[in-house]
Design a protein around this ligand. Sequence first.
Ligand code: PLP
Length: 282
Amino acid sequence: METLGYYNGIIGPLEELRIPMNDRACWFGDGVYDVSICAQYTIFALDEHIDRFFNSAALLYMTPRISKPELAELLNTLVRKLDSPTQFVYWQLTRGTAPRIHTFPEHTAPNLWVTLKPFTLPDIYGKIKLITVEDTRFFHCNIKTLNLLPNVLASEKAKQAGCAEAVFHRGNRVTECSHSNVYILKDGILRTAPLDNLILPGISRAHIIVQCGKLGIPVDETPFTMEELFAADEIMISSTSSFCMSASHLDGYQVGGKAPELLRQIQDALWTEFHQVTGSAL
Ligand code: PLP
């Protein structure tokens, strides 16, 4: 074979193998991988790569269906199927196959993928050019990206704590939630984080701001702190599927409940707009 793909025991040319759309890799990039190079059909530092792979998986609360020696044996067997003795040996584990939901699905087991392709060893004594780039990884929250791993982990943590959502903060600054935007009502003003790279520009958020304008409720889009969150008259979250819901507890403490009429005005406005636009019954 010239290339090889393996998916949970199914083997074929890499270009022909298909994975199910519900694989968590497609929805959330929810998985881990490792890679090594093999020459003369010998995979370099394989045990170390497998150790790291299992460690990465454990950090994401995933347990491969096979043991370390079994994985080593599988990879060593697969590389022998390729014509080329020098290969790029890549394998990954994804959380499983399940309909899209942020929290960990219950009735699925991790999927193991392996891909093998010929590799040309580099000229390691040659000179290369470099550039510098500011490290902005995990600072792209304004992009509705598939790479939702931090969101998935926070969402699962909320679920484990018997909560519906997790509110993110960066230091003392409250940003948004794992799959919603967050707001506070304080002294008649609706506050929510500004649109920058630290939050997703929620469609519901935009509608809530418009509705507040119509209702004459002032909106303040400047960052607010954890103390302000805990001391808010009301805490509200919004998303396309949850619309706008308020919170009664935060980290186990009772919160909000001090401006129910104002909260209700905002909720009614968004709810009415939704039903009017969709022509559905209120
Ligand atoms: N923030 C994050 C991280 C989200 O994933 C979502 C929705 O998925 C939102 C905010 C709310 O956005 P929208 O109101 O467009 O659903």
